[in-house]
Ligand binder design. Structure first.
Ligand SMILES: Cc1cc2nc3c(=O)[nH]c(=O)nc-3n(C[C@H](O)[C@H](O)[C@H](O)COP(=O)(O)OP(=O)(O)OC[C@H]3O[C@@H](n4cnc5c(N)ncnc54)[C@H](O)[C@@H]3O)c2cc1C
Length: 565
């Protein structure tokens, strides 16, 4: 079944987005609209046969066709196919052009072509200055990316088995960051086999990743992969950002949208993916304005694109490891896992929480393959028509149970307490009760995991003093979370007894800026903040609210822009 990345929609499941939304994907601009946007770009000509874009190469920006024709091709499964022929009034580009990233398609002039080239920064200015036209262009860019995500065209090719832990890790990284990719299983796919032979890959070097620029990576880290496909490039240590936001969950993305739209220079860092926990939620039903619910990925994908549109710079993956407070000579310095550093006038901590792990000795053996901390379509596909177990009794456990029950043969829901009602919203409890393939086991605790070579074969649990065993391949854990503040332990920040960051009167005693920590210029928002409401809406609200505090702090800075006046 096709899953709509941005809307979460699974209707019209077997039709491609090009078939269902073609007229919105490839609109034609009117001559007077083209005249209005001329000022954002410059003229350029291409001869027949010349490339306007090549997969894996950085292009000059969005191109509006003034005359001539351009064929746009995607490459999928080794085959090149025509997506569209652009002609006078249409424009060439997708989300890569908005963020200044390498192209995901090839585009070739079939006649003499004249275009207006609009570079990424100018494109963002156009989208803001021309609201109605901007909306049409933005929608087309998003839909074009969704089309590429459906086929995986233009992205890297991962060669490895679908259930291999490192394949899952790399696929998860690319899917969560809205980047197309394809996977070939070397055991069943002849192209996969050919690639393994061509590059003389040893079994323990799998998976390999073939990047669009031809480079081959052997079981890369997410950072190596992101570099190779052009998702990240070196950071400038001398550029001083008005604000560096650590974390691109709902709180961090809200800060990015409001701060960037109000003219601040914003750098957002996230060590994993945009969307944080919310991005991993199969369906958020209580977010204002979405009466039918919305998938976390759809909501967060929109927020991410909105932040990019306003000019926020978002770097993923990028882990902040420590920060130093300003001196008379220099502003805040954040040190990163990549050994780079970035400079900022203010810092917003939006680094959320991390999932709690189960206390069984061999858990880590199965974590990349059979033990999961979220239930996205990727995990749901892995356990389709199988029995699975899920541990937890909060709302996230409830949502995941409902979602998995629609794909799995049976879900065993194990809760430590005596009832779900004490910890889960009523609507979820009722929905779970109505599902015939969910068995709720209360007063139950997992006592052991069995399996070999990283593959789970059975789990053991104790319920009311009685030991049970069940053969199954997938276990989902939704047992709460701890704050992501280990990296802040020696920073001088005041944390509460559970490690959450204290703010406001609790933090610095002076109280006027409720989201400010005990260190002036450092703010904490969302789940990582002590006493915050752990909800998407609350995190978004704090992300918006903190921007007023940033303005007021920045207004008090000395003319050097470094130390507080
Ligand atoms: C499965 C699930 C379902 C949920 N469903 C709902 C729901 O239906 N309704 C609702 O209101 N809430 C729901 N929640 C809760 C909601 O998602 C969170 O309250 C919200 O995401 C918190 O947002 P945040 O931005 O503060 O933190 P997070 O979402 O935790 O984001 C923090 C980000 O910071 C990054 N990060 C951490 N440390 C670093 C570092 N050192 N350097 C760089 N980056 C770092 C992380 O990678 C992460 O992306 C759900 C949560 C889960 C797990």
């Amino acid at each position: 079944m096709r899953h709509n990345w941005q809307s979460g929609d699974t209707s019209m499941a077997n039709q491609s987005i090009i078939e269902t939304r073609r007229y919105q994907m490839f609109p034609t601009l009117l001559p007077e609209e083209i005249e209005r946007v001329r000022r954002f770009g410059e003229l350029r000509s291409f001869a027949p046969g010349e490339a306007l874009a090549r997969v894996g190469e950085l292009g000059p920006g969005l191109m509006i066709i003034l005359s001539g024709k351009v064929d746009v091709f995607q490459t999928h499964g080794g085959e090149r196919s025509l997506i569209v022929t652009h002609q006078t009034g249409s424009f060439m580009g997708e989300l890569a052009q908005l963020g200044g990233r390498p192209a995901l398609v090839d585009a070739i002039a079939t006649e003499p072509v004249e275009v207006i080239v609009i570079p990424p920064a100018q494109l963002r200015a156009l989208l803001i200055a021309e609201a109605e036209l901007g909306e049409r262009i933005m929608r087309a860019l998003i839909l074009r990316r969704m089309g590429l995500l459906e086929t995986g065209a233009g992205g890297p090719i991962i060669v490895g088995r679908a259930d291999n832990g490192d394949v899952l890790r790399l696929e998860n990284f690319l899917s969560r960051n809205g980047h197309p990719h394809q996977r070939l299983d070397p055991e069943t796919d002849s192209c996969g086999k050919v690639l393994i032979e061509k590059f003389s890959v040893l079994p323990d070097e799998l998976p390999i990743v073939v990047c669009p620029n031809g480079k081959v990576l052997r079981n890369p880290t997410e950072t190596e992969l992101a570099r190779c496909v052009g998702l990240i490039s070196p950071l400038d240590p001398d550029q001083i950002h008005d604000v560096v936001v650590v974390g691109a969950g709902p709180a961090g993305l809200a800060t990015a949208v409001y701060a960037a739209s109000e003219g601040l220079s914003v750098l957002v860092l996230d060590c994993r993916a945009f969307g944080g926990q919310a991005g991993a939620s199969a369906r958020i039903e209580n977010y204002l304005g979405f009466p039918t619910g919305v998938s976390g990925m759809a909501l967060m994908g929109r927020a991410y694109n909105q932040a990019i549109k306003f000019g926020a710079d978002i770097v993923i993956p990028c882990e902040a490891q420590s920060f130093e407070t300003p001196t008379a000579e220099r502003p805040f310095q954040l040190r990163l896992a990549s050994e780079e550093r970035v400079s900022a006038r203010t810092v917003v901590l939006a680094c959320g929480v991390r999932y709690r792990r189960l206390d069984v000795p061999n858990l880590s053996e199965f974590e990349m393959t059979s033990v999961h901390y979220w239930a996205s379509p990727l995990e749901a596909n892995l356990c389709a028509r199988q029995e699975v177990a899920l541990v937890g009794a909060g709302n996230s456990a409830g949502q995941a149970t409902v979602y998995l029950a629609s794909r799995a043969k049976k879900v065993w829901l194990l809760a430590r307490g005596g009832s779900l009602e004490a910890t889960m919203s009523r609507y979820l409890v009722d929905r779970i009760r109505g599902l015939s393939n969910v068995d709720v086991l209360t007063n139950a605790e997992v006592t052991g995991l069995e399996g070999s070579n990283g593959r789970l074969e059975a789990i053991r649990w104790r319920q009311n003093g009685v030991d049970e065993r069940c053969e199954l391949r997938h276990l989902f854990l939704f047992i709460g979370a701890d704050p992501n503040t280990n990296w802040l332990r020696n920073s001088g920040l005041t944390l509460d007894d559970k490690g959450f960051v204290l703010t406001g009167a609790n933090g610095n005693g002076s109280g006027p800026k409720t989201l400010e920590t005990n260190i002036a210029g450092v703010f904490a928002i969302g789940d990582v903040r002590s006493g915050s409401i752990k909800r998407v809406a609350a995190s978004v609200g704090e992300g918006a609210q903190v921007v007023a505090a940033l303005h007021s702090y920045l207004a008090d800075l000395a003319p050097t822009g470094i130390a507080r006046a």
